[in-house]
Write a protein that binds this ligand. Sequence first.
Ligand SMILES: [Zn+2]
Length: 340
Amino acid sequence: MGLLHRFRVALVAFGLLVATRGVSSQPFRLPTDNRGLLEGGGEARFFAPTPGRSWEAGQFGCVRSEGWKMHEGIDILATRKDRRGEPLDEARAAADGEVAYISRKAGLSNYGVYCVVRHRIEGLEVLTLYAHLREVRSDLRPGSRVRAGERLGIMGRTTNTRSPITRDRAHLHLEIDLLVNDRFSSWLHAREPKTRDDHGAWNGRNLLGLDPAEIYRAQQRQGDKFSLLTHIRTQNEMCKVLVADTKFPWIRRYPMLIRRNPVAEREGIVAYEASLNYNGLPFSLTPRARSEISGSVSTRLLSVNAEEYRRHPCRKLVFQKGQTWVLTAAGNELLSLLSY
Ligand SMILES: [Zn+2]
């Protein structure tokens, strides 16, 4: 009896170990039945091309308008259609989480009908966004808990763009995002009083995307060793900026991206130096003391990795003016929102 009991305890402990490892090591599941991404040579079955283009245009990054326009998610093709050719795939939560936002009116966004789910992975608040849905499950509300793999809605073709998504391109637009600023609405009202504010903080302009395909592939490659936090911290640096603030929302929301700096901790922090990837995502932040900053303590561009910029220029955050790099309007806008 005693031995059996001990065996049971060991079994439960082992089960827990497996369960915890499962949660921490492979945070994201594919959100539909389409598994082409993870099957060698399956890309053409997985990514939805733009009209007249090949599957590459359905990837994340500088894949639109000859490489000059950013696509901040991945477009996943439908695997099942009804008799009229409408997609039937379920859109499912990529990880355990909580519904953050649902927009059920297609005409209010180029995302069409969309749903945002908030997850906590390795302590990091990360969001997944599911767009162009036909419908979102009627019982879901902001705050509803969802499990990984749980149905959120049905794939559709909703959008507010001038040219509709055709049946052959029916897809789920998936994003994996970090949130820039929960005060987005007041920033928008102050900066662009005439712009409509239909989605509050859940506006695409306030979400900075990571490449979901890269994350899924890294998970597949690294298995248990995959860490989302490490994946974010090791992004390639496109530029460095100085943020002349010590309490902006990003550092409060993502303190795990802050590097230690004993000098600033001892002398007092006056600003943060942030490394941005080509999409403008601040993936590493270092506190700085006054004595470490040459020149003024102001929010500004510090340096550019020209090679990385040339590889992925489409966010147009910086440009080269003679011998010096400067922030573009888009770059200034991002820093303004980041430090608002
Ligand atoms: Zn898309």
